[in-house]
Structures are given as structure tokens and as C-alpha cells.
Ligand binder design. Structure first.
Ligand SMILES: [Zn+2]
Length: 264
């Protein structure tokens, strides 16, 4: 088949140009909690995707940060874990990843309700530009990647925005598979979103998931994706219908991997 020939050719070329060597791969598998419980078949596929991702994307350091293979591989491997069953095409249409050493500040103009434009400074740990670069803070990536923080993972959050933006503006709905009815996705996610917003408005200290998800439908999708990969059982318990939609969308079940993780 032409496709598999093309894939083999690209993989061979990628391995030659930017090999993900055995040492780095072993270190990723041993160090990153999300990669530890992968089964052999999944791991082989992930390594292949990660290698091609490293070939496709351009990483640039900002604020004096040197971007070595380890930093690139930590980002690439976890971004690829999300698309293990979707393929690398899910990240097409953009190429650059800009990495800051820590939380960065951006200046932007915000228009208020009466149409007046105000300059605003925001501190960000990550930002995804539609069709443009992905900007990330390395210290936040390290924090979320080396230890499992249920419901929090900046790489998953920002790459979920990239998946969401594949069919136009990031609006909380990535391109769904043909077997997934749009109405069901919309109903399941908007109900859970409305519930979260209500909890936040009532000042509840015990929101079902991170209240940041209530700031907009795109943030909601990014936040539930963080839970899906880092705390799938929690998401299944709190928002079962959202969990089922993500299960159908990502075409993988992180619950099985969590159950395989050594406890403690
Ligand atoms: Zn976001």
C-alpha cells in the first residue's frame, strides 16, 4: 500500500534526522506517569508518533531557555499520547512550539461591554493560537509531567485546544467521528458545562471539576480532557456522559492504564 510505504519512508527519514534514541525513550517511559502503564503495542505506536512529531514541529526557546531533546520529547510524547488512536494528522496546520522557562506575561487588548478597549497583562502557563504557535511554560510542564496531578496537565490542556481548533474556531467541539452524533456531544457537554457554571456562580467550594472549565466552552473541553487522561475515574464519576463522549472521541480508555499503574 502506498500509504504504509510513505509512512515507513517518513519514519526512516525522521529516525535518521532526529532520532528518539533508546536512552531518551526509556527515560520517558520510566519518568512520565502517563507513559509508565502503556502496553507494548501502545508504546511502539507512541514512539513512532513521537518521532514523527519531533520531525514535523519546530521548537523555539524564549526568555533564554535552551530547548534540548529531553524537553522536546516530554512535550511530544504526551501530545502524541492524546492522538494515539487519532493519528498525527490531528496536529496539522501549524508547526511552531514556543517554550518559556516559566509562566510568561502577555499584553493584549480587551474590549469591555460598552466597547472600550483596555490594555491588559495576563500571566499564562500556556497559550494556543488558532492556526498559529503553541506557547508553553517549561516549569509548568515539568510539574504536571513528572508527577500525576489529577485533573491538571498543561500539555494536555493546550493540545486539546489544538484539536478543538481543527474545525475552525476553538469552541469546545473538535471534529467528531462519523459514528458520533453531534447532538449527543452538544447535549452532554453543555449540560455539564451549565452545571459547573452554576456551582461557580453559587460560590460552591466543591465544584465537580476545576472551576476554570466554566470560563468558556473551549476551556471546558480542555479541562475535561485533562481529567480524561490524568483522572479518568474522577471524570467518569462526576460527568459520566462527558466521559463517554471523550471515550468515543479519543478512541482510547485511560482507565485501563490507571488501573495498571503501580499504587503508592
Ligand atoms: Zn485554555
Amino acid at each position: 500500500m502506498i500509504l504504509s510505504w510513505w509512512r515507513r519512508f517518513r519514519l526512516r527519514r525522521a529516525l535518521r534526522r532526529s532520532p528518539l534514541d533508546d536512552h531518551t525513550w526509556r527515560r520517558l517511559r520510566q519518568t512520565l506517569p502517563l507513559l509508565q502503564p502503556l502496553q507494548v503495542k501502545e508504546a511502539v505506536r507512541l514512539r513512532e508518533l513521537t518521532t514523527l512529531f519531533l520531525e514535523d514541529k519546530v521548537f523555539n526557546g524564549a526568555g533564554g531557555l535552551e530547548v534540548d531533546l529531553w524537553k522536546r520529547a516530554v512535550i511530544a510524547s504526551q501530545a502524541c499520547l492524546m492522538v494515539l488512536e487519532l493519528g498525527l494528522e490531528s496536529y496539522h496546520g501549524w508547526t511552531e512550539i514556543i517554550l518559556y522557562p516559566e509562566i510568561f506575561r502577555v499584553q493584549r487588548e480587551v474590549t469591555d461591554e460598552v466597547g472600550i478597549v483596555h490594555p491588559q497583562t495576563a500571566a499564562l502557563s500556556g497559550e494556543s493560537w488558532e492556526r498559529g504557535p503553541l506557547v508553553l511554560a517549561w516549569n509548568e510542564i515539568e510539574r504536571d509531567s513528572l508527577h500525576l496531578h489529577p485533573g491538571r496537565h498543561v500539555v494536555i490542556h493546550e493540545f486539546a485546544h489544538k484539536l478543538d481548533a481543527l474545525n475552525g474556531r476553538a469552541n469546545g467541539m473538535p471534529p467528531l467521528h462519523p459514528e458520533m452524533p453531534i447532538e449527543e456531544w452538544t447535549r452532554s457537554l453543555s449540560e455539564a458545562y451549565a452545571r459547573l457554571q452554576e456551582q461557580v456562580e453559587h460560590g460552591s467550594h466543591h465544584t465537580c471539576i476545576n472551576p476554570y472549565g466554566a470560563t468558556g466552552p473551549a476551556e471546558f473541553f480542555a479541562v475535561v480532557s485533562e481529567y480524561f487522561f490524568t483522572a479518568p475515574h474522577h471524570l467518569e464519576e462526576r460527568c459520566p456522559r462527558v466521559f463517554d463522549e471523550l471515550l468515543a472521541y479519543y478512541r482510547q480508555d485511560p482507565r485501563k492504564r490507571m488501573e495498571r499503574r503501580p499504587s503508592g
